[in-house]
Write a protein that binds this ligand. Structure first.
Ligand SMILES: Cc1cc2nc3c(=O)[nH]c(=O)nc-3n(C[C@H](O)[C@H](O)[C@H](O)COP(=O)(O)OP(=O)(O)OC[C@H]3O[C@@H](n4cnc5c(N)ncnc54)[C@H](O)[C@@H]3O)c2cc1C
Length: 403
C-alpha cells in the first residue's frame, strides 16, 4: 500500500513524475527552501527502468553523477550495417557511460528527499485545474482505490512522454513524432560480454531494423542491454518490435544465459518545440515538453537541463515574480540549441526513410565518409552535440532533408 499523502494545506510545488527531470527540479526547489511534494505512479523507482541510459562523459561531470549509478564506461563506437560490415572508432580514454537507470532515478529522488522534498510513490496524478485563486488543485489516485486532492501554488507535469496533466500538444503547435523502443537486459557468459564491453554498438540499415536501429550496450560484467527502436509510421505496416528484437539476438549470435528484464517505452517529441509549456499554475518539464531527442533516442541530459532552466524561474515566481515564467520556453529552447531542432529533422528523415535499398546505399556512403574522416571523439560530438556542420556543406543538404 502506498504511503499516504502528507497533510499540508498548500504546497509550494507539486511535481508529478520522479524521473530525471522531476527529481532534479525537486532537489533544486527544496534546496532553496520551497515546500515540494514529488509523486510518481511507480510503487518502486527500480521498476520499469525503461531507458538504455547511454550518456557522454560530459553529462556525468556536469551533473556530478556518482559511481553507483554508472553501470559501464565506453570508449569506442561500433556500427554494424547497413550490410554485414562493421566499423569501429576508438578513443584512448572513456567517452561516456551507460547508466543503471533505476539507480539514477533512486539517487536523484534520494538527493531531493535529503533537501526535505516529500516523496510519495504509488500515486498517479489524474487531473489538475487552476482555481480562481491562481492555485493548482490536483487529483491523485493511489493503490487500493485511495484518492487525494493536493493544493499547490504550482504543479509541474514531469510525467515524461505521457504528459499526464498537460496532454498532447495541439497539432497546430507541431505534430508529435513517436519512437518506440524495447530493450532486454541479458545475462551472458564472460566471453560474450567481453565482445561488447567498452563500446556502444548500433545496428543500422533496413535489413537490421527498418525505420530504426538496434543496439547492444554493456552493463556491469556479465550483463548486456539489447534493444531496438523505431519511429512510428502510420502510412505503412511495421513488423512487431519483439520480432525484430529476436532476429537481432539470433543474427548477432548472442546466447543469453537469462533474460533478466524486458522493458521499453516511447519517446515522443515535437521537432520545433513550440508547444505550450505553461497553462495557469501548470508547467511542463522534460519529455513532457519534448526535450527527448529522436536522433539517438536520448533525453536524460535534456530532461536534467530542463529542470536547471525552470528551477530559478519557478523560485522567482514563488518569490512573487510570476512573470519570470514567461521566458521559460525561450530559455529552454536556447539551452537545447538550434542543433537540437536540426537533429530532430534529421532523425525524422533518417529513420523514417531507412526502409529500402536506396536508403541503405545512402547510409553506406555517409558511414564510409565518417570512417574516412571522423575520430571517435568527433563521432561523439556529432551524435551527442549534433555538430553536423563539421561534416561540411556536402553533408548539410542530406541533414536538412534536401537530398
Ligand atoms: C527505450 C528507450 C531507450 C532510451 N535510451 C536513452 C539513452 O540511451 N540515453 C538517454 O539519455 N535517454 C534515453 N532515453 C530517453 C530518456 O529515458 C528520457 O528522455 C528521460 O527519461 C526523460 O526524463 P523525464 O524525467 O522527462 O521523464 P521520465 O523519465 O519518463 O519520467 C516520468 C516519470 O513520470 C511517472 N509518471 C508517468 N505518468 C504519471 C502519472 N500519471 N502520475 C504520476 N507519475 C507518472 C513515470 O512513472 C516516470 O517515473 C530512452 C528512452 C526509451 C523509451
Amino acid at each position: 500500500m502506498s504511503e499516504s499523502i502528507p497533510d499540508q494545506t498548500v504546497w509550494d510545488v507539486l511535481i508529478a513524475g520522479a524521473g530525471p527531470s522531476g527529481s532534479r527540479l525537486a532537489l533544486q526547489l527544496a534546496e532553496a527552501g520551497a515546500s515540494v511534494l514529488l509523486v510518481d505512479a511507480l510503487a518502486d523507482l527500480s521498476d520499469n527502468a525503461f531507458s538504455s541510459a547511454a550518456l557522454p562523459l560530459g553529462a556525468v561531470q556536469q551533473w556530478q553523477l556518482p559511481e553507483r549509478v554508472i553501470a559501464a564506461r565506453w570508449q569506442q563506437w561500433q556500427l554494424l550495417g547497413p550490410g554485414e560490415g562493421k566499423r569501429h572508432w576508438g578513443a584512448e580514454a572513456p567517452l561516456g557511460v551507460v547508466l543503471d537507470f533505476a539507480a539514477l532515478r533512486r539517487w536523484l529522488a534520494e538527493e531531493a528527499c535529503s533537501r526535505s522534498a516529500a516523496l510519495r510513490l504509488g500515486w498517479r496524478v489524474c487531473s489538475s485545474q487552476t482555481l480562481p485563486t491562481g492555485m493548482a488543485q490536483t487529483e491523485l489516485r493511489g493503490s487500493g482505490g485511495r484518492t487525494a486532492s493536493v493544493t499547490s501554488r504550482f504543479v509541474v507535469d514531469a510525467t515524461g512522454e505521457k504528459r499526464a496533466l498537460l496532454g498532447d500538444p495541439d497539432p497546430g503547435q507541431g505534430a508529435l513524432i513517436s519512437g518506440s523502443g524495447v530493450e532486454w537486459l541479458l545475462r551472458v557468459s564472460p566471453d560474450q560480454w567481453q565482445d561488447w564491453a567498452g563500446r556502444l554498438s548500433f545496428m543500422l540499415g533496413s535489413r537490421w531494423v527498418p525505420q530504426g536501429y538496434g543496439w547492444v550496450f554493456p552493463m556491469q560484467p556479465g550483463l548486456l542491454k539489447l534493444g531496438v527502436c523505431r519511429l512510428q509510421d502510420r502510412t505503412r505496416r511495421q513488423p512487431p518490435l519483439h520480432q525484430l528484437q529476436q532476429a537481432l539476438l539470433e543474427r548477432l549470435q548472442i546466447k543469453p544465459e537469462a533474460v533478466l528484464d524486458r522493458h521499453g517505452g516511447l519517446i515522443r517529441s515535437t521537432i520545433r518545440r513550440r508547444e505550450c509549456h505553461q497553462r495557469g499554475a501548470l508547467l511542463g518539464l522534460g519529455d513532457a515538453v519534448s526535450t527527448g531527442n529522436l536522433l539517438g533516442g536520448e533525453g536524460i541530459r535534456h530532461a536534467l537541463a530542463s529542470a536547471d532552466v525552470l528551477a530559478p524561474l519557478l523560485l522567482d515566481a514563488l518569490a512573487g515574480r510570476p512573470r519570470a515564467l514567461a521566458s521559460y520556453p525561450k530559455r529552454l529552447r536556447r539551452r537545447l540549441g538550434w542543433r537540437w531542432s536540426l537533429s530532430g529533422r534529421l532523425a525524422k528523415r533518417t529513420w523514417l526513410g531507412l526502409s529500402n535499398e536506396r536508403a541503405d546505399r545512402r547510409l553506406e556512403r555517409l558511414l564510409a565518409g565518417l570512417e574516412a574522416t571522423a575520430s571517435a571523439e568527433a563521432l561523439s560530438q556529432l551524435l551527442f552535440e549534433y555538430r553536423f556542420e563539421r561534416y561540411g556543406l556536402r553533408a548539410l543538404p542530406y541533414l536538412t532533408g534536401l537530398r
